[in-house]
Design a protein around this ligand. Structure first.
Ligand code: ZN
Length: 137
């Protein structure tokens, strides 16, 4: 495995606008990007905390993954994302070690990153994302 750091923590919220107020006014962080990812039916908002980011996720469709998560579990931590090198290889390695993949191949996520998810059934209950910024190469 070639994991360098925790790229971000994804947090599902009902309202990004309301949640941003908490992160900015209480924690003193600054939202530097708001972006809709149509593919995943979410609106995202990002904050930097050192090398790691907080990614707020608001559903744009109750049938989307965040819509369903909020319905079942309510607001809270949705996933943890590791920055990896060679995402395709990392996925293959994980699969060869018996991990169930949600994405067999990377797709485009927010901020132009290549992302792929591992199934929480295989990762002790934590929806796990790999992401790679190929612009860094
Ligand atoms: Zn994410």
């Amino acid at each position: 495995m070639s994991i360098s750091h925790i790229e971000h923590i994804g947090i599902a919220v009902k309202s990004i606008d309301e949640a941003i107020k908490y992160y900015e006014q209480v924690l003193g962080l600054k939202c530097y990007n708001i972006e809709e990812v149509k593919d995943q039916k979410v609106k995202t908002a990002f904050f930097k905390v050192g090398q790691t980011k907080i990614e707020l996720l608001e559903s744009t469709d109750p049938e989307g993954p965040i819509g369903k998560f909020l319905e079942k579990k309510g607001e809270g931590i949705h996933h943890i994302a590791f920055a990896v090198k060679g995402i395709e290889d990392q996925l293959k390695q994980s699969e060869s070690k018996g991990v169930q993949l949600i994405d067999k191949a990377p797709r485009k996520g927010a901020e132009g990153l290549d992302i792929a998810f591992l199934h929480p059934k295989s990762t002790f209950g934590v929806l796990t994302e790999f992401c790679e910024d190929k612009k860094l190469k």
